[in-house]
Design a protein around this ligand. Structure first.
Ligand SMILES: Cc1ncc(COP(=O)(O)O)c(C=O)c1O
Length: 421
């Protein structure tokens, strides 16, 4: 019974946890309505896209929202809207999904990687400030995992240096800082609606702002450079990065469910953070007791733990690797991220950029980001799972699985593990 599942024993959890994405008849009805309307795409008055923009803007308390085809598309539009082009530097946290940086590179700019605050895994204000140069054109703050970055500090940097702050909210829809929604605090906020995200239509994104001029530029950049309103001339260079009507229709339904889902995830995350932090070797980020009162809502895209293999050591060995721990957890039936995380500067596209046809990156600081990537364990939607929606009577299996690994870890120490499983 107690043999680790990775070594051929019975998995502790045989029943699946809730999955993600979730849907019901409302999505089916919304899709059918669009199908029958025969208006499946384009930008026009009365579209699903326009209605979703109005509803999203109301939820975020911003005057302007533009739906786009993906979060990456949204980042490229945001960067171009604030004037980023070849030769410009953009400050990016060294720990984020790589698209935060590649959006800069694809415009000919140079991502400048800066370190994170290990307590929150979000951009360090002092590291960002230290990396500002004459070439800096913008700063991207990423609310990683749904934890808001320190937006007081980011806005202070913006005022002091006259730099626009772009919020990468791909993982943070519903998170709030000082009671303001992420995306509404900087100059531009960018959301992703890809399959794992807090609301999803498989793919999709949105770009939001308080600024009327930026809003007009954003709406035009995603629509071939047409002026908003649909005139058939093209005063600026633009892309087609529009979102289809089926996706907007689904997103409207998903947005209506978000509040209840966030509340459920907050309960699940609070339970797991408290229970698992009492297991030696696992520390939740942030610790429940260290929760910053300025974080008035967390997006709970993921619940992150730092794994310390030393605490899993028996005798003279090196301690369990985070990869072996995740493989063992996965085998016990607990959804956990399946790949090792890579700090952005160490991604092949940036680590080995000499022969590339794009401007390389600059790494100002990344030690904490590298350490976090080498030790973080992620649970929740980041892994494609609805685990955090579960109640404690189900989530207790996560705790039991970790305890089982803890008791038996010495059996894993000599096993080689691939970084994906
Ligand atoms: C932090 C972050 N930024 C940007 C993106 C890019 O979003 P998309 O996949 O919709 O292009 C993602 C999505 O995975 C992300 O997690």
């Amino acid at each position: 019974m107690n043999t680790l599942a990775l070594l051929g024993g019975q998995p502790l959890r045989a029943r699946p946890f809730q999955t993600w994405p979730q849907f019901d008849q409302a999505e089916l009805d919304a899709l059918a309505d669009v199908l029958h309307s025969r208006r499946w795409g384009g930008i026009y008055n009365g579209s699903q896209g326009e209605s979703f923009e109005t509803e999203l803007a109301a939820y975020l308390q911003v005057p302007h929202a533009s739906v786009v085809s993906s979060g990456t598309a949204g980042l490229m539009i945001a960067l171009r809207a604030v004037g980023v082009g070849p030769g410009d530097e953009v400050i990016v946290p060294a720990m984020t999904y790589v698209a935060t940086a590649t959006a800069v590179s694809l415009l000919g700019g140079t991502p400048v990687f800066v370190d994170i605050d290990p307590a929150t895994l979000t951009i360090s204000g002092s590291a960002a400030e230290a990396a500002i140069s004459e070439k800096t054109k913008a700063v991207i703050a990423v609310h990683l995992g749904g934890h808001p970055a320190d937006m007081d500090r980011m806005c202070a940097i913006s005022r002091r240096y006259g730099l626009p702050i772009i919020e990468d909210c791909a993982q943070s829809l519903g998170a709030a800082w000082n009671s303001c929604q992420t995306g509404s605090l900087g100059n531009i906020g960018v959301f992703s609606f890809a399959n794992t995200k807090n609301i999803t239509a498989g793919e999709g994104g949105a770009v939001v702002t308080h600024d009327d001029k930026l809003a007009a530029r954003i709406a035009s950049l995603r629509d071939h450079g047409r002026p908003p309103g649909g005139a058939n001339n093209h005063p600026q260079l633009g892309w087609n990065l529009r979102l289809g009507e089926f996706q907007s229709a689904i997103l409207r339904v998903q947005l209506a469910r978000l509040k209840d889902q966030l509340a459920a995830k907050a309960r699940g995350a609070a339970y797991l953070a408290a229970e698992l932090s009492s297991v030696p070797g696992l520390t939740s980020i942030p610790m429940p007791t260290d929760f910053d009162p300025r974080v008035t809502a967390h997006g709970w895209f993921s619940l992150a733990f730092t794994f310390n293999g030393e605490a899993f050591r028996r005798g003279n060995n090196d301690g369990l690797s985070v990869t072996a721990f995740r493989a063992a957890l996965h085998a016990e039936g607990i959804p956990v991220q399946r790949r090792d995380l890579i700090a952005c500067p160490d991604e092949p596209i940036y680590a080995d950029a000499n022969s590339r046809d794009y401007s390389s990156s600059r790494t100002a600081s990344a030690a904490q980001a590298r350490a976090a990537c080498a030790s973080v364990v992620l649970l929740g939607q980041a892994t494609g799972s609805g685990l955090l929606f579960e109640k404690p009577e189900e989530l207790v299996d996560v705790v039991r699985a970790v305890e089982k690994i803890h008791e038996n870890q010495h059996l894993l120490l000599d096993e080689p593990f691939a970084s994906t499983f």
